[in-house]
Design a protein. Structure first.
Length: 468
């Protein structure tokens, strides 16, 4: 276990080289392309001269601290048990999507001790795991860019990477490469010194009356508690505020599955022009010849595990068969399915009932809120600016909790604007600073001094509209 990663494996088995090739099903010629680590039973992986390593960490182990549910009178009962405390923090952000990453970075920059929890193994949420690569909603009528601050900083850092982002002209909607976003988010999170737990699925909220005290996470190390002074729910689905007992609206929406297809730059133009162009060829990405293909999908309940299971399977079948159809079109034979998104495209599920709500009427009237914490944009600047009041992030009754991203308090008619990536950057940024201010001032998020919150947001580069 304590061996350096490039040393010899501890358990070299005396299998002759030829026998090993036979066991792993490689021909001598193919296997000969790799490096052979002398003294090892395994050929070394590229760049790993020592080959594999494995040790027995515990023998005949029985899982400790179990409290198995039992069946009592035909009902499954979970017994009471103590949960180990994995970590204590001031600000806990749950969900590492566009809103959560902005919230965590903003809270840290505002001076708080911050922890970010994410159920999957990467950051970016639907932007990366859902392959939703097109960033729309950062501009308003007339072309002014209203998404500034940390969201814009992420895009600027992508500008500096080769092959990370296209269409960064003023007024245009950029498209990113998901791997570049994952990379840049890790870089920014590490630079900021955030404490992170990946592979940690928030399963419950820890409560004292109506005050959130932390969350319970399910991990491969078991069910554990993370205690926090303020929690930001950036799960997109409001998992934390629902568990905490906050009021919310449960909505259905279209659920699709995004995919990427390749070799669009190898379509034979002469043969292709003799037939109608196939449908659903998507839009360009930073990788030449690779398109991302959005999918609307049916309106369904994204909180129903049966629905999620059915749609994952149905959509993948549809996409595979569709690409085969494209490939059978003269000129398009080389087009191939590169990947389906690992994450289903769930747009809206739970929406918080907040102290205030983002309303269409306010967009139309250009309402200015005294507690404005950001300005929302629209796809292709089809609307004017609309202010986002702080109250839309604060639950009506539950304390020590804020919402950010696509699950903030918003009318159903505004959901398709609120959920756009830049608008999630903006509400994430605001929630992060508000959480930090609440901790520093020893108050609840609803008691936060709005002028102070707005001042720090502006200092961090956020745009809160033009002064009166
Ligand atoms: C098919 C589709 C197409 C879209 N097209 C566009 C588009 O073209 N342009 C655009 O701007 N927007 C588009 N959107 C909207 C946009 O992608 C999302 O609304 C946006 O990513 C929401 O950001 P978020 O941070 O609020 O939530 P998410 O991106 O959903 O991130 C939430 C994060 O929380 C994590 N999480 C969830 N539950 C838990 C839990 N219990 N414990 C721990 N972690 C958890 C998730 O894994 C995820 O990382 C599209 C959405 C879909 C589904």
């Amino acid at each position: 276990m304590s061996q350096p990663p490039y040393s010899q494996p501890k358990h070299s088995l005396p299998i002759p080289r030829r026998e090993w090739f036979r066991l792993v099903g490689l021909s001598g010629a193919a296997a000969g392309l790799g490096t052979w680590a002398p003294g090892s039973c395994f050929p070394a992986e590229v760049g790993e001269p020592g080959g594999f390593q494995s040790s027995i960490l515990a023998k005949n182990k029985v899982q400790e601290n179990r409290a198995n549910p039992t069946i009592v009178d035909g009902r499954v009962i979970q017994p009471q048990r103590e949960l180990p405390v994995l970590h204590r923090t001031d600000v806990l952000v749950v969900g590492g999507g566009p809103a959560g990453v902005c919230a965590a970075l903003a809270a840290k920059r505002a001076g708080a001790d911050v922890t970010l929890v994410e159920r999957y193994g990467h950051f970016g949420g639907l932007w990366t795991g859902g392959l939703v690569l097109l960033v729309i909603g950062h501009i308003v009528q007339g072309g002014k860019q209203v998404c500034q601050g940390i969201g814009e900083e992420i895009l600027r850092r992508l500008d500096k990477l080769d092959g990370a982002i296209i269409n960064r002209r003023p007024g245009a909607n950029p498209t990113v490469d998901a791997e570049a976003v994952k990379y840049i988010m890790v870089e920014m999170i590490e630079e900021a010194g955030l404490k992170v737990f990946l592979h940690s699925w928030c399963a419950d909220a820890i409560m004292a009356d109506n005050k959130v005290q932390g969350v319970v996470v399910e991990t491969k190390s078991g069910r554990q508690a993370i205690l926090a002074k303020v929690v930001v729910d950036a799960t997109g689905d409001g998992d934390v505020f629902a568990a905490a007992g906050a009021e919310f609206e449960h909505r259905s929406h279209n659920i699709g599955l995004v995919s990427r297809i390749g070799n669009l730059d190898r379509v034979d133009p002469e043969r292709a022009k003799q037939v109608p162009k196939p449908r659903l060829l998507g839009s360009p990405t930073p990788i030449p010849g690779v398109h991302w293909v959005n999918m609307l999908g049916p309106e369904e309940d994204g909180l129903d595990v049966n629905v999620l299971t059915r749609l994952e399977m149905q959509h993948r079948k549809f996409i595979w068969r569709h690409v085969q159809k494209v490939r059978s079109t003269p000129g398009y034979e080389k087009v191939y399915l590169m990947e389906t998104a690992p994450q289903l495209g769930v747009r809206i599920t739970r929406v918080l009932r907040g102290l205030n709500t983002v309303r269409l009427e306010d967009l139309k009237n250009g309402t200015r809120f005294p507690d404005v914490v950001g300005v929302g944009g629209s796809s292709n600047g089809s609307h004017g600016p609309w202010q986002i009041p702080y109250g839309a992030l604060v639950p009506v009754k539950i304390d020590n909790l804020l919402a950010a991203g696509r699950c903030i308090s918003a009318e159903i008619r505004m959901a398709d604007l609120v959920r756009l990536i830049p608008n999630c950057f903006v509400t994430g940024h605001a929630a992060g600073v508000a959480a930090a201010v609440a901790v520093q001032d020893g108050c609840t998020p609803r008691q936060v001094e709005v002028a102070k919150l707005q001042k720090i947001l502006r200092q961090q580069g956020a745009y809160l509209g033009e002064p009166d």
